[in-house]
Write a protein that binds this ligand. Structure first.
Ligand code: BG6
Length: 486
C-alpha cells in the first residue's frame, strides 16, 4: 500500500473529550515532528453543530489546557488549516454518504483513510456498518483502517458479538483496537528491558523469581465519568485490558520477531495459560472494594455495589511461571497515582554472612511505569566499617535524567503513528481481547452472585486491608509504594 497518498483521518465523536485532550494534541505534535503524511486532512464528525472555525477554536482551547509541549501560534495555524468539521448523525445513511462524497472529492483519486471511533462503544458497530454500506471501507488503491477505542465489549459474549459484527465489513488487519497502556513508553520498554539485555532474561523464570506484583493506582475518583464507570467497575475498566496486557508483556516468551502477529501470538499464549479463577476460588484469589463516598458521587446509584478497587492473585500454568504468583491491584481514590511492576527475586539459598538473619531483603526489580518513569534495582550491599552487615541499596534509572524531562510523548502519539504506518503490534487482536474477557467473566459472575456488598476503603489510603491479607496468607506483603529503600 502506498503511504504517500493523501491521508484522511476521520474522527467520530470529534466534539468529545478524547479528541480535544488526546487525539488532536497528539496529531499536532506528530505534525510538528514532521511525522504525519505530507498531505493529510483531519475530518471531525459529530452531532454537535460547529463551523470549521468553531471546531478549530474548540481544539485550540483544548491544546492550551492539555498539550504537554511548547508550540508556536504559527505551527498551530498551519496544522489547523488541515482540519475540517462535518456535522453528522451516526445512524443516518445520508450523512455517511455526504462524508464519503466529501472524502472522495478532497482526496481526488486514491487516498488512505483512518476512521477513529471515539464515540460511546455501543455506536461502533453502527458506524462501521454505515461505512461499509456507503463503500467507504473499500480499498481502492489506498488503505482503510479503523481504530476502535476501549471498552471492547463488556463481557466475552458482547466482545465476540462485536468482533463478529465488525468482521462482516473489515478484515482483522484493518482493525486497530486501542489499549492506551500499550502506547506508553515505559510499557514498550518492558520488552526492551527483557530482550535487549542479557542480564535479566536468564533470571526471568520460576527458578529465580518469587512473585510479581502489578499495581496501577489512581488518586482520582470517578470524576465526571460515573455514568460509564458505575456500569463497569474496576475489573472491566482496568483489569481486562491494561493490567492483563502488562501481565502478558512481563510473562511472554521471546517472540520470533517484533512483527505484530508474532508478538500477539505470544501474548495470547500467556492469556491462555492463566489459570481461570472461578467458582469457589474467586473468594480465595480476589478482593473487591469500593471507596467510601463512592455512592454519593454524581451519577452513582445510592446502593451501587460497583467495585472501585480490586486485587487479584493469578497463576500462569507453564514451564516458566509454574508456582510464581502474579498479584495485581488497581483502584481509584488511592493515596497516589502510581503504576509499577515489581519483580521480587528469591532469597539466596544459603546465608553466609554472620549479620544476616534470614530476614534479608530479597532483590527486587521495579519497573516504574508512571509517574517518575524509570527502573530501580534493589540489592544488598555491605555497610562500610562493619564486619559483614548488609543493607539494601537502590540503583536507579530515571527517564528524565537519561533522556530529558520532556522525552516521553503522550501514548496516543505512538498509537496514531503506528496506525498510520500499518503496524498493529501495539493494538489488541480479536482473540486476545476475547481470551482476556474469558478470564474476567467468571470473577464478575462470582462477585455479582455474592449477596454482600464489597468492602469499603477510605479515600487517600492504599485500599482495603483484605488486599494485604491476600498476600499475607502466602507469607508475603505488597512492596513499599514508593519503592525506596529505608
Ligand atoms: C482508562 C480508564 O482506560 O485508564 C480510566 O478507563 C483510568 O478509568 C485510565 O483513569 C488510567 O489511565 P492512565 O494512563 O492515567 O494510567
Amino acid at each position: 500500500m502506498n503511504n504517500n497518498l493523501p491521508t484522511s483521518i476521520v474522527i467520530f465523536g470529534a466534539s468529545g473529550d478524547l479528541t480535544q485532550r488526546k487525539l488532536v494534541p497528539s496529531l499536532f505534535n506528530l505534525f510538528r515532528k514532521g511525522r504525519l503524511p505530507k498531505q493529510f486532512r483531519i475530518v471531525g464528525s459529530g452531532n454537535t453543530s460547529f463551523t470549521d472555525d468553531q471546531f478549530r477554536k474548540h481544539l485550540a482551547d483544548g491544546l492550551k489546557q492539555f498539550a504537554s509541549f511548547q508550540y508556536t501560534e504559527e505551527e498551530w495555524t498551519t496544522f489547523a488549516g488541515n482540519i475540517v468539521y462535518l456535522q453528522g448523525r451516526y445512524t443516518d445513511l445520508a450523512d455517511f454518504k455526504k462524508l464519503g462524497d466529501f472524502l472522495n472529492k478532497s482526496e481526488s483519486g486514491a487516498g488512505n483513510r483512518i476512521y477513529y471511533m471515539a464515540t460511546p462503544p455501543d455506536i461502533f458497530p453502527n458506524i462501521i456498518d454505515l461505512l461499509g454500506l456507503t463503500g467507504q471501507l473499500h480499498e481502492n488503491g489506498g488503505w482503510r483502517r479503523v481504530v476502535i477505542e476501549k471498552p471492547f465489549g463488556t463481557d466475552l459474549a458482547s466482545a465476540q458479538s462485536l468482533n463478529r459484527q465488525i468482521h462482516k465489513t473489515l478484515n482483522e488487519n484493518q482493525i486497530y483496537r486501542i489499549d492506551h497502556y500499550l502506547g506508553k513508553e515505559t510499557v514498550q520498554n518492558i520488552l526492551v528491558t527483557r530482550f535487549a539485555n542479557t542480564i535479566f532474561e536468564p533470571l526471568w523464570n520460576r527458578n529465580y523469581i518469587d512473585h510479581v506484583e502489578i499495581t496501577v493506582a489512581e488518586k482520582v475518583g470517578v470524576e465526571h465519568r460515573a455514568g460509564y464507570y458505575d456500569k463497569v467497575g474496576v475489573l472491566r475498566d482496568m483489569f481486562q485490558n491494561h493490567l492483563l496486557q502488562l501481565v502478558t508483556l512481563v510473562a511472554m516468551e521471546p517472540p520470533a520477531s517484533f512483527a505484530a502477529n508474532a508478538l500477539r501470538n505470544e501474548k495470547v499464549k500467556v492469556l491462555s495459560s492463566i489459570q481461570p479463577i472461578q467458582g469457589e476460588s474467586v473468594a480465595r484469589n480476589t478482593v473487591r472494594a469500593q471507596y467510601n463516598g463512592y455512592r454519593k458521587e454524581d451519577g452513582v446509584k445510592p446502593d451501587s455495589t460497583t467495585p472501585t478497587y480490586a486485587a487479584v492473585r493469578l497463576h500462569i500454568d507453564n514451564w516458566r511461571w509454574q508456582g510464581v504468583p502474579f498479584y495485581l491491584r488497581s483502584g481509584k481514590c488511592l493515596k497516589e497515582k502510581l503504576s509499577q511492576i515489581a519483580i521480587e527475586f528469591k532469597r539466596p539459598p544459603h546465608l553466609l554472612f554472620p549479620g544476616a538473619h534470614g530476614d534479608m531483603t530479597p532483590n527486587m526489580l521495579v519497573l516504574y511505569l508512571q509517574p517518575d518513569e524509570g527502573i530501580h534495582w534493589r540489592f544488598e550491599a555491605k555497610v562500610p566499617d562493619t564486619a559483614a552487615d548488609m543493607r539494601s541499596v537502590d540503583m536507579e534509572f530515571h527517564y528524565k535524567d537519561s533522556f530529558g524531562a520532556t522525552a516521553i510523548p503522550e501514548s496516543y502519539e505512538r498509537l496514531l503513528l503506528d496506525a498510520l504506518g500499518g503496524d498493529a503490534s501495539l493494538f489488541t487482536r480479536a482473540d486476545e481481547v476475547e481470551t482476556a474477557w474469558g478470564l474476567i467473566d467468571p470473577i464478575l459472575e462470582a462477585w455479582e452472585s455474592q449477596k454482600q456488598s464489597p468492602s469499603t476503603y477510605e479515600p487517600g489510603t492504599w485500599g482495603p486491608g483484605e488486599a494485604d491479607d491476600l498476600l499475607k496468607r502466602d507469607g508475603r506483603a505488597w512492596s513499599r509504594w514508593d519503592g525506596r529503600v529505608e
